[in-house]
Design a binder for this molecule. Structure first.
Ligand SMILES: NC(=O)c1ccc[n+]([C@@H]2O[C@H](COP(=O)([O-])OP(=O)(O)OC[C@H]3O[C@@H](n4cnc5c(N)ncnc54)[C@H](O)[C@@H]3O)[C@@H](O)[C@H]2O)c1
Length: 399
C-alpha cells in the first residue's frame, strides 16, 4: 500500500492499494469519523455512487465489490449512471444528478462517490461542490489519467458550448482510493492517455519520473536517478533516438514499477497543489501542452482523446519553444522523441490559425495575454506570458 497525504484547504489521503475497492466502505467510515466524530458519522447514511455506463458494468454493479463494501459498512447506496464522454460532461448531466440527490433526500451530511475516469470525477466533484452549497465526496479513479491527475487537486467542472471546463469549482475530495486492478480493463489508448499526464508531470518538475517511465525491467531506482542527473547535460535522452518502444511500452506490463510511477506522478501534483491550490501561479505549470491540446480536442470535436491531444500539444509547444530559443537546444526534439517512444501520434491535423482561433476563446486568455508553459530543460518548466495575438505564429513554429 502507498499512502500520500495532501495538505490542501482540505487535508486528505490518496490510498493506492490492490483490492482497496473491497475496503472502501470501512475506509470511508473511518475517514468520516475522524472528520466528524461519532455523532456526525451516525447522521451520514447515504452515498450516491456516480459512474458512467461502461464503468457501471465493470465495477459499479449492485452486486459488485464496491457497492457491497459500502453497504456492509452501513451506508444506504444509490447509483447515478450517465452515458459518459465529453458530450455528457455538461450542465444537463449536473442538473439530472442534482435532481437525483433531491429525489433521494440527500442531506449535507451524505456523500457522493465518483467511480470512473476524469469525466466522472469532474462531474461528481462539481455536483458535490454546489449541492446544498457543498457536500463531501470521494474519488475512486478507474483510468490511469484520473489516478495520476484529475482525482487529486480539487479541480472539478463541466464543459460549456463555448469550450472545455468553462464552468467549475475548486472542491477537494475527502479521500482518493485507487485499486491498480482497474488498469487491467483499460485499452492501451486509455493507458497512453494517462501516461501523457505522467510524462507531463515529469517534464514540469522531476525528470526521474521520465526515467522511471522509460525504465526497462531490471533497471533500478538508482539507474533512473543517475540517468536523470546525466540528463541535465547534453546529449539529453539520446538513447531514445533508437525509436519507438514497439507495440507496447514495457512499463505497462510491470505492475509494481507502474504503481511506483503513479505514486511519483501524484506526489509531483500534490506538491504543486499544496503550493498553489487556486492556480494563481505555479499550478498553471500543470497546463503544459493543454492550451494547444484543448484546441486540438475541440477542433476534432473530441474525436482525439484528452491524453493524445495533450501529447500533441506538448510536442508543438516544445518544438516551437526550441525554434524560438525558449527551450534548451535539442530538448524540444528530446521531448518529441520521448512521446514517440510511447507511440503517440504527434502529427497535428489542424493548421495554426484554427488552433489559435479556438484557444482565443479558452478561459486561460486574460485580457490580451496568454500564459504558456514552456519546458525549458529536463524536469523544469516555466510560465511565459505572451500576447494572445502571437499565438498563431508560436503554434506555427511547432507544427
Ligand atoms: N480535474 C482535473 O484536474 C483534470 C485533470 C486532467 C483531466 N481532466 C479531465 O478528465 C477527462 C478525461 O479523463 P479520462 O480520460 O479518464 O476520461 P473518461 O472519464 O471519459 O474515461 C475514458 C473512458 O474510459 C472508460 N473507463 C473508465 N475506467 C475504465 C476501466 N477501468 N476499464 C475500462 N474502461 C474504463 C470510460 O467509460 C470512458 O469511456 C477530461 O474531461 C479532462 O478535462 C480533469
Amino acid at each position: 500500500m502507498i499512502s500520500i497525504h495532501v495538505n490542501a484547504s482540505k487535508e486528505y489521503d490518496v490510498i493506492l492499494k490492490a483490492g482497496v475497492l473491497s475496503e472502501a466502505g470501512t475506509l470511508i467510515r473511518e475517514d468520516l469519523s475522524r472528520r466528524r466524530g461519532t455523532a456526525g458519522i451516525l447522521r451520514s447514511r447515504r452515498i450516491c455512487v456516480v459512474t458512467d455506463e461502461t464503468v457501471a458494468d465493470l465495477y459499479g454493479g449492485p452486486q459488485q465489490t464496491l457497492i457491497s463494501s459500502l453497504r456492509s459498512a452501513g451506508f444506504e447506496v444509490s447509483r447515478f449512471v450517465f452515458p459518459g464522454g465529453e458530450d455528457h460532461k455538461n450542465m444537463a448531466t449536473i442538473g439530472r444528478l442534482l435532481d437525483h440527490l433531491t429525489e433521494n433526500r440527500f442531506s449535507r451530511s451524505d456523500l457522493l462517490v465518483a467511480l470512473g475516469g476524469g469525466i466522472t470525477g469532474d462531474v461528481t466533484g462539481f455536483a458535490a461542490a454546489i449541492y446544498l452549497r457543498g457536500i463531501d465526496f470521494v474519488q475512486i479513479p478507474t483510468t490511469l489519467l484520473a489516478a495520476v491527475d484529475s482525482s487529486v487537486g480539487g479541480k472539478t467542472g463541466v464543459n460549456l458550448p463555448a469550450g472545455k471546463n468553462l464552468a467549475g469549482a475548486f472542491w477537494q475530495p475527502n479521500l482518493v482510493l485507487f485499486d491498480p486492478a482497474v488498469l487491467t480493463t483499460l485499452t492501451q489508448d486509455l493507458l497512453l492517455d494517462g501516461m501523457a499526464e505522467i510524462l507531463k508531470a515529469g517534464f514540469i518538475a522531476d525528470s526521474t519520473a521520465i526515467y522511471a517511465a522509460l525504465m526497462v525491467p531490471g533497471d533500478s531506482e538508482e539507474d533512473a536517478a543517475e540517468g536523470a542527473q546525466e540528463s541535465s547535460s547534453a546529449p539529453l535522452y539520446s538513447f531514445l533516438r533508437m525509436g519507438p518502444a514497439g507495440p507496447r511500452p514495457p512499463i505497462f506490463d510491470h505492475p509494481e514499477e507502474m504503481m511506483r510511477l503513479i505514486a511519483k506522478a501524484i506526489d509531483i501534483k500534490r506538491a504543486i497543489v499544496e503550493e498553489d491550490e487556486r492556480e494563481t501561479g505555479r499550478r498553471k505549470l500543470l497546463n503544459l501542452g493543454h492550451t494547444v491540446g484543448h484546441a486540438i480536442e475541440k477542433c476534432s470535436d473530441y474525436g482525439i482523446s484528452h491524453g493524445a491531444a495533450v501529447a500533441m500539444g506538448t510536442s508543438i509547444i516544445a518544438r516551437a519553444g526550441q525554434n524560438l530559443g525558449w527551450v534548451r537546444e535539442g530538448y524540444g526534439d528530446d521531448i518529441c522523441a520521448i512521446l514517440q517512444y510511447f507511440g503517440y501520434d504527434l502529427h497535428c491535423p489542424y493548421p495554426a490559425f484554427a488552433l489559435a482561433d479556438v484557444a482565443y476563446n479558452d478561459k486561460k486568455i486574460q485580457g490580451n495575454r496568454i500564459t504558456l508553459v514552456i519546458p525549458e530543460y529536463p524536469g523544469h518548466s516555466v510560465l511565459k506570458d505572451v500576447p494572445a495575438l502571437d499565438l498563431e505564429h508560436i503554434i506555427a513554429q511547432g507544427l
